[in-house]
Design a protein around this ligand. Structure first.
Ligand code: GDP
Length: 300
C-alpha cells in the first residue's frame, strides 16, 4: 500500500495553503472567518459540521485572547480530528473463521472504482500473506468480469465468474464455495452497481448476501465512494446504506481532488468509518485511512 501522507500532501495542499494563509492574517475578523468557512465547505466538509467547527473555533480563539497562526491551526486540527472521530474501529474484518474464509462484499455505484479497489485490496491482503479468491458478481457487463480477472492475474488471485447476464448471487455462491475448497483466507466479491430501483438493488444485494451466508459469513461490506463526486455521490451512497448493512467505506480518487473533506461528511451521513482510501489507479495505490495523517495533509 502507498504512504497516505505523501500522496495526499499533493492533492490536499491547495486547501491547506488556503487555510494557512487565512489563519495567518493579522486580524481574524468576520470576513476571514467566512472565508475559512467557505474553504471548508468547498472541500466538501459539509455545511453543518463546518458551521459547528468554525463557531467553536471562534469561541476558543476569543477565550484564548491573543493567538498565533500555529495556535489557531492546532485548534482547527483538534476540531477536524474530533469530526473524523479517530476512535472508530477502522480495521478490516478479514479473519478466517476456522476453516472458512472471511468474505468481503464490495458495493457501490458503477464507475466509483469498485473493481479497481477489489483488485488493490486483494493485492494488499496477498502482500500480508493471505490467500484470496475474487468473485465477479457484476454479471451485467462482460467487461467488468474481464477487468476483475485481469486484476486477479496481476495480483495472484483466482477469479470466479459466471456467464454474462447470469445470476450475480450464483457467482457469489460459487466464489465462496471455491474459497472454501481452496482453503483461502478471504473471498472478495465485486458486485454490480446498477442503481435501477431501490427495491431491485435491495433484492439483488440481499440475495447475494444470503447465498454467501449459506456457506460462510459476510464479515465486511465495503461501500466504494468516489471522492470527486461530492454530494451527488453521497446521495447514491445513502441508497446503498439503506439496502445493505455497510461496515466500512473505501473512498477512491482522493489523489485527484482537494475535496478531502468528504471524509467528514460521508462518515457523518452514513455513520460508518472510512477504512480505505484510493490514491491512484495502480495496484499499490490503496492505503488504510489514518485520521491524523489525513488532517495534517489537509492543513498543509
Ligand atoms: P467500477 O465500475 O466501480 O468497478 O469502477 P472501476 O474500478 O472500473 O474504476 C473506474 C475508473 O476509476 C477506472 O479508470 C479506475 O482506474 C479509476 N480509479 C479507481 N480508483 C481510483 C483511485 O483511487 N484514483 C484514481 N485516480 N483513479 C481511480
Amino acid at each position: 500500500m502507498v504512504r497516505l501522507r505523501s500522496r495526499l500532501a499533493r492533492s490536499q495542499s491547495s486547501l491547506g495553503r488556503g487555510l494557512l494563509e487565512l489563519l495567518s492574517r493579522d486580524r481574524l475578523d468576520d470576513d476571514v472567518w467566512d472565508e475559512i468557512e467557505e474553504s471548508l465547505i468547498t472541500a466538501d466538509v459539509g455545511v453543518a459540521p463546518t458551521r459547528a467547527m468554525v463557531e467553536e473555533l471562534r469561541t476558543k480563539v476569543k477565550v484564548l485572547g491573543s493567538r498565533t497562526p500555529a495556535e489557531v491551526r492546532g485548534l482547527l486540527r483538534e476540531q477536524l480530528l474530533a469530526q473524523i472521530n479517530p476512535d472508530l474501529d477502522r480495521s478490516l474484518h478479514v479473519q478466517k473463521h476456522g476453516e472458512r474464509p472471511a468474505v468481503v462484499l464490495v458495493v457501490g455505484v458503477n464507475g466509483t472504482g469498485k473493481t479497481t479497489t477489489t483488485g488493490k485490496l486483494a493485492r494488499s491482503l496477498i502482500g500480508d500473506g493471505k490467500k484470496v479468491v475474487l468473485g465477479a458478481a457484476d454479471t451485467f457487463r462482460a467487461a467488468a468480469a474481464d477487468q476483475l480477472q485481469t486484476w486477479g492475474e496481476r495480483v495472484g488471485a483466482e477469479t470466479v465468474r459466471g456467464p454474462e447476464g447470469g445470476d450475480p448471487a450464483s457467482v457469489a455462491f460459487d466464489a465462496t464455495a471455491k474459497g472454501i475448497e481452496d482453503k483461502v483466507d478471504v473471498v472478495i466479491v465485486d458486485t454490480a452497481g446498477r442503481l435501477h430501483t431501490k427495491t431491485g438493488l435491495m433484492d439483488e444485494l440481499g440475495k447475494v448476501k444470503r447465498v454467501i451466508e449459506k456457506k460462510a459469513t459476510v464479515d465486511e461490506v465495503l461501500l466504494v465512494l468516489d471522492a470527486t463526486t461530492g454530494q451527488n455521490g453521497m446521495r447514491q451512497a445513502q441508497v446503498f446504506a439503506e439496502v445493505v448493512n455497510i461496515t466500512g467505506i473505501a473512498l477512491t480518487k482522493l489523489d485527484g481532488t482537494a475535496k478531502g473533506g468528504i471524509v467528514i461528511s460521508v462518515q457523518r451521513e452514513l455513520g460508518v468509518p472510512v477504512k480505505l482510501v484510493g490514491l491512484g489507479e495502480g495496484p499499490d495505490d490503496l492505503a488504510p485511512f489514518d485520521p491524523e495523517v489525513f488532517v495534517d495533509a489537509i492543513l498543509g
